[in-house]
Design a protein around this ligand. Structure first.
Ligand code: PEP
Ligand code: MN
Length: 269
């Protein structure tokens, strides 16, 4: 594998985000699959803040399989996300799906997410890189670890090494879960690259009952952070209803995650 920019273990690497540092401090990203209204995203921001999340997520441009499904609120939603995050002093991550939107998205977002479906959209990777925002790069559902790192190298080569990798499951034959969460990729990636590695148990499993066990497992595998979908009324969500956590469940799980991180970090020699 010849990706010198993203596979440089000699680099001491930390990404400053709101007083914390990705790669050194464990970071918890929480928020809805989609921004649906001002009231909904404000509630999400409150829940995320009160449960101790570090970053607020919310999709405003949704890459949906069906063109008839909810596509997101676009820039109107982005303004709502920005307002809600400001209220609770949370940094924002949101997905960019189009090169033409990068500049405007970057005005509002601390982190730009490149989704699984766009991991190999090299024009988008390059354009997003130029914004100089931190890039949260999701693993494509059919991507090998080498292809994943190749995509990250595109971003780095375009002049932006502020990259977080995010494992979100790969396609599999089984229909019990939405994808197959490849947790082995976490220690494998961490042996190859100095970049922080996060895990998204929500899109990996598609099931809210699996968020807790997979989050705790991800922590013990060495994940530097988690991205979890949270919604004030998960069953009424306009996208990904089955996998989003409600307030009570998220509070409980986020406490367990923090306890698990302390246990992991204390048991490191
Ligand atoms: C998301 O995080 O909103 C999303 C669509 O995830 P993925 O690209 O991993 O499917
Ligand atoms: Mn989603």
């Amino acid at each position: 594998m010849n990706y010198p920019l993203v596979c440089d273990k000699s680099k001491a690497f930390h990404l400053e985000i709101n007083g914390k540092s990705a790669g050194r401090d464990f970071l918890l990203i929480a928020g809805p699959c989609s921004v649906e209204s001002e009231a909904q995203i404000t509630e999400c921001a409150r829940i995320a803040h009160e449960a101790g999340a570090d970053i607020l997520r919310g999709g405003v441009f949704k890459p949906r399989e069906s063109p008839y499904s909810f596509q997101g609120l676009g820039f109107e939603g982005l303004k709502m996300l920005h307002g809600a995050a400001k209220m609770y002093q949370l940094p924002i991550v949101s997905e960019v799906v189009d090169t033409r939107d990068v500049e405007k998205m970057a005005q509002y977002c601390d982190i730009l997410q490149i989704g699984a479906r766009n991991m190999q959209n090299y024009a988008l990777l390059t354009e997003a890189a130029k914004s100089q925002r931190i890039i949260l790069l999701k693993r494509g559902m059919n991507a090998t670890i080498e292809e994943f790192l190749g995509a990250a190298e595109y971003i780095a080569l375009a002049g932006n090494e502020k990259i977080i990798l995010c494992e979100r499951g790969i396609a599999c034959r089984d229909s019990q879960t939405r994808n197959c969460l490849d947790l082995a990729s976490v220690p494998v990636l961490k042996s190859l690259t100095h970049l922080p590695v996060f895990v998204d148990p929500s899109h990996a499993t598609g099931r809210r009952d699996l968020i807790e066990p997979m989050s705790l497992a991800a922590v013990m595998c060495g994940a530097d952070g988690l991205e979890i979908e949270v919604h004030p009324e998960p069953d009424k969500a306009l996208s990904d209803a089955a996998q989003q956590l409600g307030e009570e469940a998220f509070r409980r799980i986020s406490k367990k995650i923090r306890a698990c991180v302390s246990f992991r970090d204390q048991s490191r020699i």
